[in-house]
Design a protein around this ligand. Structure first.
Ligand SMILES: Cc1cc2nc3c(=O)[nH]c(=O)nc-3n(C[C@H](O)[C@H](O)[C@H](O)COP(=O)(O)OP(=O)(O)OC[C@H]3O[C@@H](n4cnc5c(N)ncnc54)[C@H](O)[C@@H]3O)c2cc1C
Length: 434
């Protein structure tokens, strides 16, 4: 029976190297408060080191320039990189570029069109091109993408796109936008939507603004990590900018979101661990009401609960990754849905407890916790709000049950049945006792 929680020694060695590298080379950059271009300059030598080490863009298979690690190893790696917002950038697998590269790769696989690689995929991998993923619309519910209203209509050798999107992360600094649009409103939405590559310079594309949000309420336009609102008005793109077959939009989205969610959850665990480390350090350092915080039962409960929750989230996430490696993203749908809402809540809980342990210092910008807290709140919304994932899991669970007018465990009913089943024995026992 195979039931093994070990990491191979060779890969564990790589993970150990990453832990040290992230702590000593990447953490310090966070404090410099650099603009995106300056960050890119500062991390260049680090990226070279990652490439030399064979850890660059590990989310893609070797034939596409990645390492083909599989989801379990990738998950373990993301747990380390996720500790810092710059980790994924240094390792060539930052969102949304990594997810877009994945769906371009799937599109290439589905159509055999290898031009996709040199036009968009390779530049994304090399970091010479930036992308945004443009699916959510302000006027329709993002939690139900069957309601998408952006339309793409074929006109000769071109597609013409009309619609309004928002929350396109990195939209205002992107070179290309991956746009999801309805191409056939007469079939079920799962077969009637498609994805396109739209260069931002195409006439008709207007980046209206970057949306001020909890991560940056007074947003400055055109910064990496912003979320853009974009108008697509009679945007004409050549037919070969369709990614994958026509109508494959949801299939591509699924290919992108499945692994993406596992990586998110592992990155969240990296963030949780960092908050947990801060909480424990403070608990051992702060003295009040006659003892250290570490000696107060409430703080001990926070530490114990956080540790148990992180452990549970980690096992669930690695199990989902393992299942995905074994049977694919579609068959691991329920496990992936579970980690999305469970992991997002654990992240939120642990950071919240750590922040509280620090009191006013935790709330201040002198500690990273306030920024981590703000970022953590979004995890319960993006990639599908928690409630939708809970719905998926509950529906799946309910499939194994059927309605029953009398509960199957109703004791009087079961007792009557048991009396009938054991009637002879009961008769014998009664006669024996008489
Ligand atoms: C930081 C951040 C980055 C993002 N980046 C991108 C990006 O790069 N590209 C992109 O396309 N989108 C992006 N999004 C958008 C995100 O994917 C959507 O916000 C998300 O899918 C939810 O859609 P919505 O905001 O329209 O919420 P709605 O669909 O309006 O839902 C609102 C609320 O209704 C509730 N709800 C919904 N469905 C159910 C249900 N079935 N049962 C019970 N309650 C329900 C939930 O509480 C939900 O939060 C980003 C969002 C954030 C916050």
């Amino acid at each position: 029976m195979a039931w093994d929680f070990h990491t191979e020694p060779e890969f564990e060695e790589q993970l150990e190297w990453m832990r040290e590298f992230v702590r000593t080379e990447i953490f310090p950059i966070e404090t410099l408060k650099l603009g995106y271009d300056d960050v890119l300059t500062v991390i260049k030598p680090l990226q070279e080191e990652v490439k030399k080490r064979g850890l660059w863009a590990a989310h893609l298979p070797p034939e596409l320039g990645g390492m083909g690690f599989g989801q379990v190893r990738l998950g373990l790696m993301h747990e380390i990189l996720g500790q810092s917002p710059y980790g994924p950038l240094v390792f060539g697998n930052n969102a949304p570029d990594s997810g877009n590269a994945e769906l371009l790769a799937v599109g290439m696989e589905l159509t055999g069109r290898h031009d996709i690689r040199e036009r968009w995929l390779q530049p994304l991998l090399d970091g010479t091109m930036r992308s945004g993923f443009s699916m959510t619309e302000p006027n329709t519910a993002g939690s139900d993408p069957r309601l998408l209203s952006t339309r793409a209509v074929k006109d000769g050798d071109e597609w013409v796109i009309n619609g309004r999107k928002w929350y396109t992360t990195n939209g205002s600094v992107a070179d290309i936008l991956v746009v999801m649009a309805v191409t056939n409103p007469d079939v079920h939405p799962y077969q009637g939507s498609s994805m396109f590559v739209v260069p931002v310079t195409t006439p008709g594309v207007t980046i209206l603004r970057d949306v001020g949000a909890m991560d940056d309420p007074d947003v400055t336009y055109g910064r990496f990590g912003n979320h853009a609102e974009i108008l697509y008005e009679d945007v004409r793109i050549p037919a070969d900018h369709l990614i994958g077959p026509e109508g494959a939009g949801f299939q591509l989205a699924q290919a992108r979101l499945g692994p993406g969610r596992i990586h998110h959850c592992m990155r969240w665990l990296g963030q949780s661990q960092r908050a947990f480390d801060m909480m424990c350090e403070r608990a051992l350092s702060r003295y009040t009401h006659g003892s250290l915080l570490a000696e107060k039962q409430t703080i001990q409960n926070w530490i114990a609960d956080s540790m148990a929750e992180m452990h549970a989230a980690r096992l669930m996430t690695l199990h989902a990754a393992w299942k995905m490696d074994q049977v694919g993203a579609s068959a691991a749908r329920v496990e992936i849905a579970m980690i999305k809402y469970y992991g997002a809540q654990v992240l939120y809980n642990v950071i919240d407890r750590a922040l509280q342990t620090y009191g006013s210092l935790g709330y201040s910008a002198d500690m990273p916790l306030e920024a981590m807290y703000r970022a953590a709140r979004a995890a319960r919304i993006y990639d599908g709000p928690d409630e939708v994932h809970r719905q998926t899991v509950a529906r799946h669970a309910l499939r194994n049950y059927s309605a029953s007018e009398i509960p199957t465990q109703h004791i009087p009913t079961r007792q009557a049945a048991a009396r009938e089943k054991f009637a002879d024995m009961l008769e014998f026992l009664e006669a024996d006792q008489a």
